[in-house]
Design a protein around this ligand. Structure first.
Ligand code: SF4
Length: 530
């Protein structure tokens, strides 16, 4: 039986806070295809509200898989100033309940006594340990305790879900599955212990200790109220694994209200990111090492897309978390920061070869690169910037300097010293082509103060072309969130200036709007933050 929203008698039923798109960029879409490929029948429940929404397709033979999808429900539902997005008429808001995982699991526990529940997706992944919750302004325990689910899958979960399904079908235990977390009454040998929940909840130094001990590559335990949250180290995903996943027969049929409209014909080239930006949790979700697909695997996917009835000749994006890290895989598995390592292949040669081959596929008119480009890495290859400018963008290239204060950038773990150089190189290579850079900026990150903000506003006014600016929002498990909650940089335990006051945040936002909105009108030289 194929994957379906209707019918009954399924092996597995996936409950998602997002619509199901039969597309590799849809978390529920990917998991459904993987299970289907392994011979499991899969039922889909999207955005359930009433009891009958949960019971419509009956009980699964093996388990319910529950996810909020590609975003944490609280981040989805509230603005950085904690205003409900539902009240914002302009917001492209995708309705889901607050704390969707907990709401859905509680309903399933009530309606299907004794059923097995597996939770996964971003919300589960980044709330797997004790974490600071911006919306409660408090430290919460692992979401696995709150959902009372049987097992939590973190990171991309395809391998883990197959293992769980095959064990469940065989009536075997779900213990010790790599890339999952379970709750145990005992602390097994060989697990590294984080400070207990009760300690990190009230002691900010212990919270910092926990933050620095997070890792995907270890068996880690955290005690909470006398029981243990056990994380099993993440499994290795290989090029062959990714080629198989993206070769699955996705129809790329999108739900009428899908959020993937602009990405229907996007192609993923790799997973992971070596950037390690402090405000980003990707390293603790997808991993801090690059896993690239094979060039052949990607080209075969593009060839298949050219036969899609809705394909008009345009590949919407060829990329990953960062567009230009494809091919920067490294066989070594060390804990050092790749961006500072001499062994990292920065040539972009595999990426350039892929881009050249992709645009010659029969039926392809243009291959766009819309994922953000890591500009300091791109500077290592002028050929790459030239290829990108000449063939893969139209009118603008999006880059994320985020800020221009060395102090704030240092806390963000970003190096802004080469931004000016990148602007020059890009400008030179695009002379007469009418193409420009568009910038992503972040306001209010830990370390922000009057001086850094004024500098940011002046620079923003000077460079213009702001694609997007965001007010910093502390999301679970990031280093910046630890700074926000504790007021110190856990790497040095030095005090960091934090802006907590909403009035000030609102004022900052308004000031930047003015600075970028009305170019040519000088913004105030200095800003006073009450
Ligand atoms: S050897 Fe260098 S490039 Fe390779 S994983 Fe380690 S830090 Fe990264």
């Amino acid at each position: 039986m194929p994957i379906s929203r209707a019918g009954s008698d399924f092996d597995i039923i996936l409950v998602s806070a997002e619509f199901w798109d039969d597309h590799p960029l849809s978390p529920v879409g990917m998991i459904a295809r993987v299970l289907d490929a392994k011979g499991f029948s899969v039922g889909i429940i999207e955005k359930p509200v009433e009891d009958e929404d949960f019971t419509r397709v009956g009980a699964p033979r093996l388990f319910f898989g529950v996810t909020s999808g590609s975003i944490d429900s609280m981040l989805n539902n509230y603005t950085p100033l904690k205003r409900p997005r539902s009240q914002d008429a302009h917001a492209d808001w995708n309705p889901m309940p607050d704390r969707a995982l907990i709401v859905y699991c509680n309903a399933l526990r009530r309606l299907f006594k004794g059923c097995k529940i597996v939770i996964g997706g971003i919300e589960a992944s980044l709330r797997r340990f004790a974490h600071y919750d911006y919306w409660d302004n408090a430290v919460r325990r692992s979401v696995l305790f709150d959902t009372r689910a049987d097992i939590l899958v973190y990171g991309n979960g395809e391998k883990q879900v197959i293992e769980i399904a095959e064990r469940a079908r065989g009536g075997k235990s779900l213990d010790c599955i790599q890339g999952t977390c379970v709750i145990s009454d005992e602390l097994p040998a060989g697990f590294e212990s984080l400070p207990p929940f009760e300690a990190v909840k009230k002691d900010k130094a212990r919270f910092c200790e926990m933050q620095l001990a997070f890792s995907n590559s270890k068996d880690i335990a955290q005690e909470s109220n006398g029981r243990y949250l056990l994380q099993h180290a993440y499994p290795e995903y290989t090029t062959a694994d990714l080629d198989w996943l993206y070769s699955l027969p996705f129809s790329r049929r999108l739900h009428p209200e899908s959020q993937l409209g602009m990405a229907q014909f996007s192609v993923v080239t790799h997973r992971g990111c070596i950037g390690e930006c402090s405000f980003c949790s990707l390293a603790l979700h997808q991993g801090s090492r690059i896993i690239s697909r094979s060039e052949d695997g990607i080209i075969h996917e593009i060839e298949r897309l050219t036969k899609h009835p809705q394909f008009k000749g345009y590949i919407d994006d060829l990329g990953g978390p960062s567009a230009n890290m494809y091919g920067m895989d490294c066989g070594e598995r060390c804990a050092n920061p790749c961006l500072e390592c001499g062994k990292l292949d920065r040539s972009h040669s595999r990426l350039i070869a892929l881009m050249r081959r992709a645009r010659t596929v029969k039926g392809v008119k243009k291959v766009f690169v819309r994922s953000g480009v890591r500009y300091d890495l791109a500077l290592e290859s002028k050929d790459y910037i030239e290829e990108l400018s000449r063939f893969h963008i139209s009118g603008c290239l999006k880059v994320a300097p985020e800020h221009f204060s060395a102090k704030v950038l240092g806390l963000m773990n970003k190096d802004g010293r080469r931004f000016g150089e990148f602007v020059q190189v890009f400008g030179k290579l695009n002379e007469g082509m009418g193409q420009s850079l568009r910038h992503y900026l972040m306001l209010g990150h830990p370390g922000e103060d009057e001086g850094t903000l004024s500098a940011l506003l002046r620079k923003a006014e000077r460079i213009g072309n702001i694609e997007q600016f965001q007010l910093f929002t502390p999301t679970p498990m990031t280093l910046s969130t630890c700074m926000y909650w504790t007021g110190v940089d856990p790497r040095t335990m030095r005090k960091v200036n934090i802006i907590y006051d909403y009035k000030t945040k609102k004022m900052m936002k308004a000031a930047l709007m003015r600075a970028v909105g009305k170019r040519g009108r000088t913004s105030p030289d200095s800003i006073t933050l009450k």
